[in-house]
Design a protein around this ligand. Structure first.
Ligand code: GLC
Length: 563
């Protein structure tokens, strides 16, 4: 047992219930996995041992955890973050404490092991679901809230192992049909396969070639960098991030994004479905989620990269890009009442650099809903900006990340929270939080989604409510000094989440219905709740996922100051 996590050799049990992997997935046999074994040795940190909790053995097709592996989230046993969370409203079906216990229990069930080492968590452990599809895989984006929960709990090994495992996957030769992908591309997900005859574990990874619609996981690399910084910040140990492999990994990811090309904007051009919204939803172009994650990853890289060798020039490019990106986003993606009124009165067909309406947006393209939705107080970063196109929809993840990364100015951050409060019913309703608002319907739904039956109005990515977003809302609330918003949202989640079996998403204008095709025991719904609770309980946890505004021109920092 190292750093509080007991190694378990039971990966055959874990994987026994999983489906056969499609042959199109990349696979590799890693008998001689010296690299991983070598690098995955954790720093010997002084972490309190976890105390067992009675009665937490787990059934199902995963694995049995003996009571020594369980952590009691109650009573402060070996916890860095306590759980004396504020009382929730009396009509809650479950006691919040009981929910926290159940959440840890469920989170532990989702752990995936590779050669006895924890390397991630599966997307969902829904035993009732007929088809696993790819929910039995470890998704990079889905693992982030799990990782934060583990870090906040002082369990570092699983996060370290995950970072190293995915880094190793990055170095695979990635080909889709006859097309070779960029060296820096990180997988959307991976899966551990156990061969019980040969007694070996192998990994299969998906870089988009198996995903429905062959969508590109542009966000994976950014999340990887953000998580590496969270790990470094949380452990106070920069030996992992300073290894040549990690430094190279960051360089490769960012080289993909900072390459010079035909672009006229500093934002990153993407295809549809390239992030959490991984289906056709009209987010192609310059989606806010990617721009915010890109910005945050660039800022994390500034802290992580050692200013030597190849990184020196890269650091210069990062700073130049950050400068241009923040200007572009703050000027052109930002929308509040004033801005909207300006766009409403835009002249069109302006030529030359003196143009006010730089993207030639036709005022008639402003959707009707927006005039009512826009409060006098408040604002947000819109979904997308490109020639003659402003996607005015609200996207939660991008706006919360913009606050956490300080892509939003302090005034803009406050305005985003104002908007959430002013439009609580629309954006939060009965279950936090709408991934996107409003839903598209009718002819627009036909043309934008290609008649996607999973993304019908007020469902899934199209106006559905995602409990995982609770941790981001909580973090943004704390950062802007409004923890009461987080409390209110957590209260809502506590009324339903456990009772409903931790659904992946909810449907309906108010988020009242468990989603049509929603998985149960969705890991990031569980982890998102835990992270929200721990962050509210101990706001110092925010530091691992938040960056203060750089008022000065960014200065290259060595990765020494992590406190
Ligand atoms: C769905 C979601 C995606 C998530 C995956 C696994 O495809 O859209 O964001 O990563 O499920 O949970």
């Amino acid at each position: 047992m190292e750093n509080g996590i007991k190694k378990t050799p039971s990966s055959d049990k874990i994987n026994s219930g999983m489906k056969k992997t499609p042959s199109s997935l990349f696979s590799i046999t890693e008998l001689d996995d010296f690299y991983f074994q070598h690098l995955s040795r954790s720093p010997r940190l002084n972490i309190e041992r976890k105390i067992s909790l009675d009665g937490c053995s787990i059934s199902g097709n995963l694995r049995h955890i003996d009571s020594h592996e369980c952590i009691s989230p109650m009573g402060g046993f070996g916890h860095r973050a306590g759980f004396d969370t504020p009382n929730s409203t009396s009509d809650n079906v479950y006691e919040p404490h009981m929910m926290v216990v159940a959440a840890w229990d469920a989170l532990r069930k989702s752990i995936v092991y590779f050669r006895g080492q924890p390397v991630g968590t599966v997307a969902a452990c829904d035993v009732t679901s007929e088809e696993a599809l790819n929910y039995d895989q470890v998704f990079v984006r889905d693992f982030v809230p799990s990782a934060l929960a583990f870090l906040m709990n002082g369990e570092f090994d699983i996060v370290r192992n995950f970072l190293l495992k995915t880094l190793q996957l990055q170095s695979w030769e990635k080909k889709i049909d006859r097309f070779k992908l960029g060296e820096g591309v990180m997988p959307a997900s991976f899966k551990v396969l156990h061969d019980s005859h040969k007694k070996i574990d192998t990994i299969m990874a998906d870089f988009g070639e198996s995903a429905i619609g062959r969508v590109a996981p542009v966000d994976s690399g950014f999340w990887w960098i953000i998580l590496l910084r969270a790990y470094t910040r949380s452990t106070g140990d920069s030996t992992l991030s300073e290894t040549p492999d990690c430094q190279k990994g960051i360089q490769l990811i960012l080289s993909l994004c900072l390459a010079e090309g035909f672009d006229t904007f500093p934002t990153l051009l993407c295809t549809d479905g390239c992030c959490m919204i991984d289906r056709r939803m009209g987010i192609y172009g310059y989606p806010i989620e990617i721009q915010a994650l890109f910005f945050m990853a660039l800022r994390c890289a500034l802290q992580l990269l050692k200013p030597e060798g190849e990184s020196k020039e890269l650091l210069e490019r990062i700073m130049t890009r950050l400068h241009a990106l923040s200007y572009h986003m703050r000027s052109y993606f930002w929308l509040d009442f004033q801005q909207l009124n300006g766009i409403y009165r835009y002249k069109t067909e302006e030529y030359s650099h003196t143009a006010v309406n730089k993207f030639n947006v036709i005022p008639d393209s402003i959707p009707d809903w927006l005039f009512d939705f826009m409060p006098n107080r408040g604002g947000y970063f819109i979904g997308n900006v490109s020639p003659a196109r402003m996607d005015f929809r609200w996207f939660a993840l991008g706006n919360c990340i913009a606050i956490l990364a300080s892509l939003a100015t302090p005034e803009q951050s406050i305005a985003i929270m104002d908007l959430i409060e002013e439009r609580w019913e629309e954006l939060v309703g009965e279950m936090p939080l709408k991934a996107c608002f409003p839903a598209i319907d009718g002819h627009e739904w036909t043309s934008v989604t290609g008649c996607d039956p999973k993304n019908t109005r007020w469902s899934y990515h199209n106006g559905g409510s995602w409990p995982v977003l609770l941790w981001l809302l909580t973090a943004a609330s704390i950062k802007t000094g409004r923890p009461h918003i987080a409390k209110k949202a957590i209260d809502l989640a506590e009324r339903r989440l456990l009772k409903d079996g931790w659904p992946e998403y909810y449907d309906g204008k108010l988020g009242r219905y468990i989603g049509k095709q929603s998985r149960k025991y969705q890991t990031w719904s569980i982890a998102g709740y835990l992270v929200a609770k721990m962050m509210l309980e101990d706001p110092s946890n925010l530091g691992m996922i938040s960056l203060e505004e750089d008022r000065e021109k960014p200065v290259v920092k060595r990765s020494s100051s992590w406190s």
